[in-house]
Design a protein around this ligand. Structure first.
Ligand SMILES: *Cc1c(COP(=O)(O)O)cnc(C)c1O
Length: 374
């Protein structure tokens, strides 16, 4: 290996300095530093809406705020929102921050996405919504979830933070729910050089609310029609993201190619299974995640790999129902979630990984698994 391996490959952006400095030059030349009314933000919203196939997109400061504002705009009555515990904190925090109650549901063992049977079983008279998360770039089972939501009159907010470009039977995630939230944080496939998020809606009234809510409640002229936050996306970040969007489909292809290569290279490592999408679905891999067998001590494996220059990450060691801040909402047993939290391991994945690097990582992984096996 000539270059050091990192998990996200951020340092590889340095080789594209000219591309990014060109964006900075454009923003400065246009005198468009202010987020409010930035043509770069408007272009990004327009282009992303066209790419996704939704009527309105509103750019915000992060995926976390995209989720919170996306749930706020649904204006749900008090009640429970069904959400997987095997996710990042922000999916659940949005529910609590909107004054609603999270009700954790278990996931399916093969895809690690929310289990439709568990969702159906958790619906009560108190249920007001479903917040499916498309985790690791793998689509949640939207056909089944949409049917349950329609049957019971539930709102659906999709957390697409990790899965921009994934599709269920040819239909992109983020086009199923009334609202969809995306993250443009640097670790995400549509990542900028800093923080950002996007909210997609179809209703003009939702679009109008979101534009005020992200801008201290005012659309213009210091006329504050509601109590809002400063949750705007930087103009500069919008310019970067506009560029990133033009290369997103190509970068997703590179990610898929790397994942296929990983799968071939580790296919014969006994007991290790790859977390993947259902056959009719298309993944947009943001993470390459495997499940280790009981016989492999994950912490030791991580130590060995780190020692050999192979970075790894664990998504998620502590699922949300076991987090201190959500302890009050822990209720039902979630055996599949617990199993995933104890056995999942993610290997480096980004569009700049070379074939040789994938082979090297997969080789080190296979060797290390054999070594630490009990
Ligand atoms: C990253 C992430 C978020 C939050 O996005 P930020 O842009 O980091 O605020 C929400 N949900 C999931 C599943 C994520 O991975």
């Amino acid at each position: 290996m000539t270059t050091e391996l990192t998990f996200f490959g951020f340092e590889r952006e340095a080789a594209r300095f000219d591309r990014w400095s060109d964006c900075l030059r454009q923003v400065l030349a246009a005198g468009a530093l202010h987020s409010s009314g930035s043509p770069f933000t408007e272009d990004l919203e327009h282009d992303f809406a066209a790419w996704l196939g939704r009527r309105h997109v509103v750019a915000v400061s992060s995926g976390t705020e995209a989720l919170r504002l996306g749930l706020e705009v649904l204006d749900l009555p008090p009640g429970e929102v069904l959400v997987p515990a095997f996710t990042f904190q922000a999916s659940v925090a949005a529910i609590v921050r909107c004054g609603l109650t999270p009700r954790f549901v278990d996931i399916s063992p093969d895809t690690l996405q929310v289990d439709p049977a568990a969702v159906r079983a958790a619906v009560t008279a108190d249920t007001v919504g479903i917040l499916p998360v498309h985790l690791f770039g793998i689509p949640a089972p939207m056909t089944e979830l949409t049917a349950i939501a329609e049957e019971h009159g539930l709102a659906v907010l999709e957390d697409c933070a990790q899965s921009v470009g994934a599709a269920v039977r040819g239909r992109k995630v983020g086009t199923f729910g009334a609202v969809a939230a995306f993250s443009c944080g640097p670790t995400k496939p549509l990542g900028g050089l800093g923080e950002g998020g996007l909210v997609a809606v179809n209703e003009p009234a939702c679009d109008a609310h979101l534009r005020r809510a992200r801008h201290n409640g005012a659309l213009r002229d210091f006329r504050h029609e509601l109590v809002g936050a400063n949750a705007m996306m930087d103009s500069l970040q919008a310019a970067f993201l506009g560029r990133r969007l033009t290369e997103l489909d190509d970068q997703l292809k590179l990610r898929r190619t790397a994942v296929e290569r990983y799968e071939q290279r580790i296919a014969d490592v006994p007991g290790v299974s790859v977390v993947r999408a259902r056959p009719d679905d298309l993944a947009a891999p943001s993470k390459f995640t495997v499940l280790l067998p009981d016989s492999v001590d994950r912490e030791r494996l991580v130590e060995v790999l780190t020692g050999r220059g192979v970075p790894t990450n664990v998504y998620y060691r502590v699922p949300q129902h076991r987090q201190e801040c959500f302890a009050a909402y822990a209720r039902d047993p979630l055996p599949v979630t617990e199993h995933a939290a104890a056995h999942a391991l993610s290997l480096p994945l980004h569009p700049y990984l070379t074939d040789q690097e994938v082979d090297h990582i997969a080789g080190e992984f296979a060797t290390a698994v054999r070594e630490v096996r009990a």
